[in-house]
Design a protein around this ligand. Structure first.
Ligand code: C2E
Ligand code: MG
Ligand code: MG
Length: 254
């Protein structure tokens, strides 16, 4: 952090009904001179353990908002936040500062949390989430279907979005069980009025499947891998006019 070595990559989130990119998810990377691009799974748990996740998460929020403020205004930015970050009494202030400094409109910022944030059902955490939602931010439940998968979490907070974990999406074309789970989550989302995003869509077959089940949004390597900020514009252009055109232009790597 002192050497300012972290960087953010961005992966498009594709709106299946509008047939366009609706936003990007910020994904932290550590480009290391010897180890290459170190993925977040390898250092975020350590940052949590040594108490660095709060300042690191604050850096991510500031950076993501600053970059997103320069994008077309219909694009949202999704930022992953960890449980420790949200429990910090300063969290609401950190968000307010990031929005102020970047002048990003609050409705363009989406926070992605996992069920672990709600573990123990802390009243303070739920109050913080309500406060942020009241300010216009949206709150997504990430990796849905894994972890503790307690449906009571859906009752404890009015989430704007559920992101179906990639393990179900990957298997949805192979095993009937995963297909039915995707169907059940999508139908649950519909009843509750929550946007459903399928994560980890890698093939056309998976896309067809999740589209047939009625998912609203999709994200995955089929659309684009996470890219550096400098490639945001070309990624949007690449996906303009839908996937079909991209398919024909031979840009598919699937
Ligand atoms: P996540 O939030 O569920 O992010 C999705 C992960 O799936 C990303 O991994 C992304 O690169 C990967 N992915 C996307 N599409 C595909 C696909 O089609 N196939 C496959 N196999 N993978 C795909 P990444 O970037 O390594 O991030 C891993 C996790 O690290 C994230 O999972 C998130 O929980 C965490 N993370 C990333 N950035 C941050 C951050 O700034 N703060 C916090 N607290 N956590 C972060
Ligand atoms: Mg996420
Ligand atoms: Mg996820």
């Amino acid at each position: 952090m002192d050497k300012d070595e972290f960087t953010l990559f961005y992966q498009p989130i594709y709106d299946l009904r509008m047939d366009r990119v609706s936003g990007f998810e910020a994904l932290l990377r550590w480009p290391h001179p010897k180890r290459g691009l170190v993925p977040p799974d390898q250092f975020i748990p350590i940052a949590e353990d040594i108490g660095l996740i709060t300042p690191l998460g604050e850096w991510v929020l500031n950076r993501a908002c600053e970059q997103a403020a320069g994008w077309p205004s219909e694009l949202k930015i999704a930022v992953n936040v960890s449980a420790t970050q949200i429990r910090d009494p300063r969290f609401a202030e950190v968000i307010a500062n990031a929005l102020d400094a970047s002048t990003l409109a609050p409705h363009r910022l989406e926070l992605e949390i996992t069920e672990s944030v709600l573990l123990g059902n802390s009243a303070e955490t739920v109050a913080t989430l309500h406060k942020l939602k009241a300010q216009g931010l949206s709150i997504a439940l990430d990796d849905f279907g894994t972890g503790y998968s307690s449906l009571s979490y859906l009752r404890s907070f009015p989430f704007d979005k559920l992101k179906i974990d990639q393990s179900f999406v990957r298997d949805a074309t192979a095993t009937n069980g995963s297909k039915l789970i995707v169907r059940a989550i999508t139908s649950l989302g519909k009843s509750l009025g929550i946007t459903i995003t399928a994560e980890g869509v890698e093939t056309i077959e998976q896309l067809d499947q999740i589209r047939a089940e009625g998912c609203n949004e999709a994200q995955g390597f089929l659309f684009s891998r996470p890219v550096p900020a400098t490639e945001i514009a070309s990624t949007i252009l690449n996906l303009r006019g839908g996937l079909a055109r991209r398919h024909l232009s031979g840009a598919m790597t699937g």
